[in-house]
Design a protein around this ligand. Sequence first.
Ligand code: NAD
Length: 495
Amino acid sequence: MATGTLAQMALAAVPRRPQMLIGGKWVDSDSGETFATFNPATGEKLAEVPRGGTADVDRSVQAAQQAFPAWSRTEARERGKLVARIADKLREHADELGLLDALDSGNPYKAMKGDAILAAEFLDYFAGLALEIKGDTIPSPGNTLNFTLREPYGVVGRIIPFNHPIYFAGGKIGAPLVAGNTVILKPAEQTPLSALVMGKLIEGILPPGVLNIVTGDGPLTGETLVRHSGVRKVALTGGVETGRAVMRNAADAIKSVTLELGGKNPMIVFPDVNLEEAVESAVAGMNFGWCQGQSCGSTSRLFLHESIHDSFLEKLVARVRRIKIGSPLAEDTEMGSLISRDQYDKVMGYIELGKKEGARLVTGGKKLAGEEFARGFFVEPTVFDGVSMSMRLAREEIFGPVLSVLRWSNREQVIAEANQVVYGLTASIWTNDISLALDTARRVEAGYVWINGSSRHFFGAPFGGYKQSGLGKEESLEELLSYTQVKNINVNVRP
Ligand code: NAD
């Protein structure tokens, strides 16, 4: 389809007057305040969205509390069936949601349509796990019966970031809802639209108050939600600093938190690999073509063995230069715009820093040329060589299309360097020697490790970070159970 037609369809998907969903009703913020959301590829304002404040968070908590008793007592299978109906809606409207997110986030439309479908798949996955919310029977003395129940927490605050708007808005409500909690979803301030549209699409599926959607920025709306005494659990997908704030604010009420945070993930390439395959994987691992490298799991530190370093780098640079960067709404676009001026400044700042620190810029590093890109935040896919772990470039999460190449010769040292960051989310290891691969996988400090692969997630495989990359696991049974608390019951059985 022509880009012009897609642009018209995308604009048609933008809600004319976005409102928040609280207690089954569409409402403005109590204060009447709004904030603007923009198309980062053009700088155009898309909509004014309610800025949820204390009164709105209060209202949403009350609505969620009122809905909780009936929802938690609804049969788990029935909850699963309703969640699966949400999945159907997302699948049915994947085009519209993908176009909307392409406008609101700058990510390529095709990737965002894929995200809507992925969200539906995760909802289906959790719907299918409904009967796994079960307890244990514990061997107990004499005439006693001892068993556990898994019970929902109550009201859950679900706070999500900007990089995969509909994937997170849809996919991350499945587990808490199926587990019997009621949810307050807070989308990112940069990308609030698709969550609100999802709310409209699924109207009538869930009882009022079971899912509430409150928009606003982090410190105001997010913090109020985390601090609220009526919210019994908070799950954040976001940055490490935000994770710290959430933990601190949850501490007063000793609230359960799940934190899915940032990464600075290593990909370690041994000399025996198929170079073409590994180069493809290095590019896929960076998520250049999904969200411009703005991904927590991006393998942004590429450790190349010295014996293959030059030939690998040559192929890598050639491949990276073929990535098609352009309008998020063009069918053939592989890489779109960064999310905002702030993110653009941050990424360009790191590129300048890398040069100052003595790394060698081998490709990219500039804003995309051309009148049509002038008001957007398009940064070329960028590769630095000659990076060392003493550089901030190698230690800090950039969250953008910047790949650092480090050369290695000694395996002990490369493992130590891979672990020399505060993060520990993902890692990728490339070798055909299975013993070497497994030994390295066990020694690398990361929660999700690919051997001869990268970037792909697997349903049911627990995803989550070590060290400062987070607390808890998602995308798996562990995620579902993390939205339950265990009650033990002991019965004295009368003989
Ligand atoms: P962010 O931390 O700035 O914001 C995430 C969400 O938290 C937003 O909804 C924001 O409004 C809210 N927020 C901000 N401050 C808050 C506070 N004090 N209290 C409560 N809520 C608050 O992150 P971002 O810029 O939207 O996303 C980028 C970050 O997210 C990166 O660090 C990335 O690695 C991380 N991320 C992690 C995963 C994962 O699964 N581990 C996935 C995607 C993104």
